[in-house]
Write a protein that binds this ligand. Structure first.
Ligand SMILES: Nc1ncnc2c1ncn2[C@@H]1O[C@H](COP(=O)(O)OP(=O)(O)O)[C@@H](O)[C@H]1O
Ligand SMILES: [Mg+2]
Length: 319
């Protein structure tokens, strides 16, 4: 969008996506509960949440596939309720279920979708080639899609979403149902796109959000329960740090000594777990030595996004 158009509509030019109390109710079921989000241009934003959190419903409203029950959103400055056709020109969508023609080859799939977008044959030829290379499928361009692995289909699905060079890319569970190796490959190809385009992806894999996203929104029961970079979420949400020590001679005296210093001290055979708001690695090792224990190994346990999720929602991501 040009600066002039932005001014004319009073749009904030920093954001690719802004939602305002965006709400969806299905037959009395509150799927998306008045969310307010602002995603910057060029940002890779992950909506992380368990099944049924409202991620797909949110994406479908932003892609103008579903009308909101209340509130609205702007995508590249266009209102989802008023300018859906404008939005469709600037977005690419890779839905949760892949939408490929199994009997066509990869290139034919790209050509088909490219033509639907009205892309000229010459441009399409260049773009298809580039997209197949970007997604690591150049060598399989002329193979029928039904022979592709799950990971390759996902990557082709992303290539299809990119064929008209959209400014925003929506990826709904791009690695759903893939084995760990294929997930890693898809993840790496998504990482390549980062910075060039604004990407909104949904996932219920926290390591994926952790690895890929500039910012993460933790979604639960239709609400954004927490928002920030993965580091911010981990440090702000988890005031408690944990250290695990393997040691000989963990006597009752040692345990009592550590319990007098730290909020939580648990011992299991030759292993001691210490949790508190502030932990200093060297200090703890010194204290243990002074109390008579012989430390063999020790490490600070880094909090994960799963811990954050558990803390704010009281449940695991798999539930
Ligand atoms: N078309 C629909 N009709 C009725 N309920 C729906 C429909 N789509 C989604 N839901 C409900 O809305 C909630 C959110 O679903 P969804 O957005 O698919 O979650 P997610 O993508 O996070 O797994 C769920 O409770 C789901 O059952
Ligand atoms: Mg979903």
């Amino acid at each position: 969008m040009t600066g002039r158009a932005a001014k004319a509509t009073g749009v904030n030019d920093t954001f690719a996506i802004e939602t305002f109390n965006l709400t969806k109710i299905f037959d009395g079921c509150l799927a998306v509960d008045g969310i307010d989000l602002a995603i910057k241009k060029g940002e890779l934003f992950a909506l992380l949440g368990p099944n049924g959190a409202g991620k797909t419903t949110t994406i479908n409203m932003l892609c103008c596939l579903l009308k909101p029950t209340g509130g609205t959103a702007r995508v590249m400055g266009y209102d989802i309720n008023q300018e859906p056709y404008k939005i469709k020109e600037v977005i690419g969508v890779s839905p949760q279920e892949t939408t490929l023609s199994e009997r066509l080859n990869a290139l034919e799939n790209l050509n088909l979708i490219g033509r639907l977008h009205g892309i000229s044959p010459r441009k399409l030829k260049t773009w298809s080639k580039l997209m197949l290379e970007t997604m690591g499928l150049a060598e399989r361009a002329r193979d029928q899609v039904r022979k592709f692995s799950g990971g390759m289909k996902r990557r082709l699905n992303i290539a299809l979403a990119l064929i008209h060079n959209p400014q925003i890319l929506f990826l709904d569970e791009p690695t759903l149902g893939l084995d760990p190796q294929a997930r890693r490959a898809v993840r790496q190809y998504i990482a390549r796109l980062n910075g060039d385009k604004t990407i909104l992806l949904t996932t219920h894999y926290m390591d994926e959000a952790d690895f890929l996203a500039d910012r993460v929104g933790i979604m639960d029961e239709g609400k954004i329960a927490a928002l920030g970079t993965s580091v911010e979420l981990k440090t702000e949400m988890l005031a408690t740090h944990t250290m695990v020590v393997q040691a000989w001679n963990l006597t009752q005296k040692v345990v009592n000594d550590m319990r007098s210093r730290y909020t939580q001290v648990a011992v299991d055979k030759g292993s001691m777990t210490i949790s508190d708001q502030r932990l200093d690695f060297k200090e703890i090792v010194d204290q243990l030595h002074a109390a008579g224990a012989v430390v063999r190994s020790a490490h600070i346990k880094e909090p994960t996004l799963e811990d954050v999720f558990l803390k704010i929602t009281g449940k695991g991501l798999r539930e």
